[in-house]
Each structure stands twice: as C-alpha cells, then as structure tokens.
Design a protein around this ligand. Structure first.
Ligand SMILES: [Zn+2]
Length: 89
C-alpha cells in the first residue's frame, strides 16, 4: 500500500471515528452544501471574528435542524477539549 493510500485511510478513520459530535455534523450527508459551508465558517470562529456566533445560539440552530447538539459540545470543541484535538499523539 502506498503512503498516499495509508494517509487517505487514516484521514477517513479520523473523520468517521475521532471527530467530536459537533464536527460529525459537518459530515452528515443530509446537510445541504450551503448549510455545511455556513456551519464550517462559524465552528472555529472566536468572539469578534466576522462569522462568530455564540455557543448557545450555534447549538440551538443545529438543534432546530433536527440534530442532537448541546451547548457544552460546541464549547468543548471551541476550547479544543474535544475528541478532534485528542488524537495528535
Ligand atoms: Zn471537536
């Protein structure tokens, strides 16, 4: 197996199994492309960034779309205390 194939497999494992609940939402096939882009543009935004939306409002908007999402899950991701950032070793 080539290095490119190994990296590709590692990326799929990461995306499918190691991303936190918030980032998993961005991979949902039922999400419209426009919604996916809007979500990705706010997920890592910080206060005073152009695209910033508070954790509570972001979690509520995601719940309004029918997904299970807590404010604390958004908070953990933004503070880098989620599964996404626990995989660097
Ligand atoms: Zn995360």
């Amino acid at each position: 197996m080539s290095l490119a194939q190994k990296i590709s497999i590692a990326r799929e494992v990461y995306r499918n199994k190691q991303l936190c609940k918030l980032m998993q939402i961005t991979l949902k096939p039922e999400l419209q492309e426009e919604d996916r882009e809007a979500l990705l543009s706010v997920i890592n935004a910080a206060p005073f960034d152009k695209n910033f939306v508070p954790n509570t409002a972001l979690a509520q908007a995601i719940r309004d779309e029918g997904f299970d999402m807590s404010t604390s899950a958004v908070d953990r991701h933004r503070r880098r205390h989620c599964a996404c950032y626990r995989v660097q070793e």
